[in-house]
Write a protein that binds this ligand. Structure first.
Ligand SMILES: Nc1nc2c(ncn2[C@@H]2O[C@H](COP(=O)(O)OP(=O)(O)OP(=O)(O)O)[C@@H](O)[C@H]2O)c(=O)[nH]1
Ligand SMILES: [Mg+2]
Length: 300
């Protein structure tokens, strides 16, 4: 039970791919619940991150970047992003000051006008942006009368985040603490572990290979001595991709595994024994069955 007067609410984070949405949510949560890479279309699913304070709780929803989709996975990702606009207390629209407001952002702005909740525009990556560009973005966004505020931030170094938190607090409503104090995400551990493997694959592999990768955790068990065994399969779309993922004498797969294991050990607080396999599933991004197995659909 919470004290009388406790405030809570849901806040969705939307924007173009690579704008810094996941970085922003992780910054509020205080740990990495959503993976972050320098590649567009890193986030594939709706991921909640929880910020709990003594007198309020904000449940953020990080969403996939909104893009022109080329396959069923992409279609699902964009649908997830737009669905996150419903039934929330506020929407954060993240833009990237290292590139400016692009056509894609204009399209998103148009959709956001229909949102019932207040929308706040964020100019992110101000730490690396030219001031003239930031100013031009501010002017462009200020022209959108429906936006409640336009804030300049750096999700990476934390600039502007206290101000943003204070603003979000004003949108909260009297309500329960939805998640316990120590819970920072709604994602089960095995999903976070799968994402950690995908993150390292995205970071280590070049060009088109990593976007065709899906990771499935087949089994995860804890031994009596506390070691966690994780059996995972990396799915890729072609024989040639499989070769690249495995690398010369298995070197790439080993590197992905070593790095992902370190992340898992940190999160789980145990030693981890990670067994990684690579399999081919042609054109899985267009296969309803494969998308379901990897958790990219709405079915239970
Ligand atoms: N310099 C700088 N880089 C940032 C900032 N925020 C995010 N980045 C970087 O931008 C890249 C993309 O960040 P993500 O958080 O993965 O972006 P995203 O919007 O979640 O991307 P998708 O999931 O692909 O839609 C990463 O390399 C981040 O480190 C920032 O404030 N400053
Ligand atoms: Mg993301």
């Amino acid at each position: 039970m919470q004290a009388k007067g406790y405030l809570s609410g849901f806040v969705s984070i939307v924007g173009s791919p690579n704008a810094g949405k996941s970085t922003l949510m992780n910054a509020f949560v205080g740990q990495k619940v959503a993976i972050v890479t320098n590649r567009p279309q890193t986030t594939r699913n709706r991921i909640m991150g929880v910020l709990t304070r003594p007198d309020f709780q904000i449940v953020f929803t990080d969403t996939p970047g909104i893009h022109t989709h080329k396959n069923r996975l992409g279609e699902y990702m964009v649908k997830v992003a737009y669905e996150a606009l419903n039934e929330v207390e506020a929407v954060l629209f993240v833009t990237d000051a290292s590139i400016g407001i692009k056509e894609r952002d204009e399209g998103i702005l148009k959709q956001l006008k229909k949102a019932k909740a207040p929308v706040v525009a964020l100019i992110n990556k101000t730490d690396i942006a030219r001031p003239e560009r930031v100013q031009a973005m501010e002017e462009r966004l200020a022209a959108e009368g429906f936006l409640r505020a336009v804030l300049k931030i750096s999700a990476k170094n934390g600039d502007g985040l206290p101000e943003l938190e204070a603003l979000l607090r004003t949108f909260l409503v009297k309500g329960p603490q939805y998640f316990p104090d120590d819970m920072v995400t709604d994602q089960p551990e095995r999903v976070v572990c799968a994402e950690m493997i995908r993150e390292q694959a995205l970071l280590l592999l070049k060009e088109e290979v990593p976007h065709g990768i899906g990771v499935d955790i087949e089994k995860m068990t804890v031994r009596e001595d506390g070691v966690t065994d994780v059996w995972a399969t990396i799915y890729c779309e072609r024989e040639s991709h499989k070769g690249i993922v495995i690398g010369r004498r298995g070197a790439m797969l080993k590197e992905i595994g070593t790095r992902a294991r370190a992340e898992m050990e940190w999160m789980l607080g145990t030693r981890v024994n990670l067994q990684l396999w690579v399999k081919i599933r042609e054109d899985w991004r267009n296969s309803a069955g494969a998308l379901h197995m990897l958790g990219y659909d709405d079915k239970e």
